[in-house]
Design a protein around this ligand. Structure first.
Ligand code: UDP
Length: 235
């Protein structure tokens, strides 16, 4: 029996025999609005596990370093253990969600260029937006680290936008987390319909967690559709 190191909203982290490796187990639990809305998306854990493997392998080929070692099972990834930086990096190509609300931009409007935003990863504060001054004054990351996060986030955006569009999916926006492993910054956490806005390129139908957040129905179908278009797998 391996020791559970941490249980988050959508995943559990387990220790392995190796001190610098962990197993990440993907659950079906879904939350939104900082945990206020709770539910289950049937077999989401299997789909998100496979999608994270798919995206991280694609990104490694594009030169982005990730914490992924290999997929162990339907719901488990073996990963390098990282100290997660307390910043969430959001990249946006099309206005939606909090950006639309904050700046009054209609949902669906393409941005003239991608926007990178940094949020302080802190549930009790509701992950507030921060700038370089906040990050430096609160010692959340060094300016050099922030520069790496932004560069890597834009590299991820370039690689994923292109690939998804070829599969008929618009990458509206997404959130990344990074961690330190032996002093090196690695892309960590997940890339899934829980953490991205993905719209069908022809119809703008939502294929992501907004279906759960906004009670749009057919949540499972949307997650299945993304996995199928990207990997050809049904589950
Ligand atoms: N996002 C996320 N986790 C968070 C906040 C945002 O994965 O804690 C993702 C979200 O799914 C979307 C993008 O980051 O793809 C931008 O989210 P936004 O700031 O618009 O916030 P939301 O409208 O989701 O509250």
């Amino acid at each position: 029996m391996s020791v559970m190191l941490y249980e988050g909203k959508a995943k559990k982290i387990f220790a392995t025999e190796k001190a610098d490796e962990v197993v990440i187990y993907y659950k079906d639990d879904a939350t939104a609005f900082n945990g206020l809305k709770k539910g289950t998306i049937v077999n989401k854990g299997i789909i998100n596990n496979k999608l994270t493997e798919f995206f991280f392998q694609l990104l490694e080929k594009a030169g982005v370093k990730t914490h992924l070692i290999k997929r162990l099972s339907d719901r488990e990834l073996l990963c390098k253990k990282v100290d997660v930086l307390p910043l969430e990096v959001v990249v946006r190509n099309i206005a939606a969600g909090s950006l639309s609300q904050r700046l009054g931009l209609p949902e669906g409007e393409w941005l003239a260029e991608p926007i990178v935003e940094l949020y302080y990863k802190n549930d009790s504060l509701g992950d507030p937006l921060v700038n370089y001054y906040h990050i430096k004054a609160l010692s959340l990351a060094s300016p050099a680290q922030v520069a790496v996060l932004e560069k890597e986030a834009l590299a991820v955006n370039g690689a994923l936008t292109e690939h998804l569009l070829r599969k008929g999916i618009k990458l509206v926006d997404f959130k990344l987390e990074f961690g330190l492993h032996n002093g090196e910054i690695l892309l960590a956490d997940e890339i899934t319909p829980d953490t991205c806005r993905l719209w069908d390129a022809a119809t703008d139908d939502k294929l992501d967690k907004d279906r759960f957040r906004r009670d749009l129905g057919q949540v499972e179908d949307a997650y299945h559709e993304v996995l199928y278009r990207l990997t050809g797998e049904k589950e």
